[in-house]
Ligand binder design. Sequence first.
Ligand code: RIB
Ligand code: CA
Length: 324
Amino acid sequence: MRKKIILDTDPGIDDAMAILFAEAHPDIELVGITTVYGNATIENGTRNALYLKEEFNFRCDIAKGTEKPLQRPPVGATVVVHGETGFGDLHSSEPTHASADPRPAYQYIIDTIKANPGEITLVAVGPLTNLALALEADPAITSLVKEVVIMGGAFGMNNHRGNVTPFAEANIHDDPHAADKVFTANWPVVIIGLDVTEESFFSSDYIDELKSAGGKVGEFIWDVSRYYLRFYANKLGLHGCHVHDPSAIAYVINPELFTLREGPVRVVTDGPAEGLTLQKFDDRGYQTDEWKNMPAQQVGIAVDDQALLALYRESIINYGKQFD
Ligand code: RIB
Ligand code: CA
């Protein structure tokens, strides 16, 4: 049976790579895309999602989410990485026929999980505000969701600690209060953070190959990633990019690509370490313990990067053939 997912996303260049991966793979049924501010404003990110739906004939729903974090002041769109409108040098046109679901994203998430008890995997690859709002509005969804898979956080494995501050990853830093709510809720969470996403790399040559063999889909990935690759080259001295959001989809398709570590996870919500994610993975007792009695969640600590790259390449190339 195909795995039904809702993909909560801030589209975003690597978000587009992840959305197309989810749509491409035959084991996934992309039921809905819910948008959130982050890489782009909520208006631009939602238009980008609708653009992809029209351009690649998606059947999924699209629901527009929130434009700001729960408590902290908004960080603002990540223009330096994703461009003015989220899609780098491309600027998505206004949709001609696709439109967003009338419900806000958090309500769409609640209704869809309730209509499909035990079947929906909630995959979130942006700030976790929509998920936190859904939890606040209807905590019963925790027992009805199949699994929650997050791209976010950094736990220091493989020396990966942060990408927007020395100790915080962007999605968690954008809304640390929401992330702490999501990680401490009583539902099964798998966290695919920088510890593993920065261990996989789409080289410039790899993306060139997608362009030449992946038809219209590969060409779009190549076009949208030009700005992103310039950021990587100019700021990080790398010729290619890390595999952030597509890694969360790879986990859904084949969890065996990843090694996981179990234990409760908390988020630092203010001060210089705002957005720092910390997992307690020993059983030691302490007099004061803010992790105690929190549900054990799973954190990705290793990945078979070559198998992940092969999975992505094969999925995109096969999907591209549909548009010949
Ligand atoms: O830190 C990487 C994450 O931040 C990705 O989800 C990227 O799209 C941005 O949202
Ligand atoms: Ca993202």
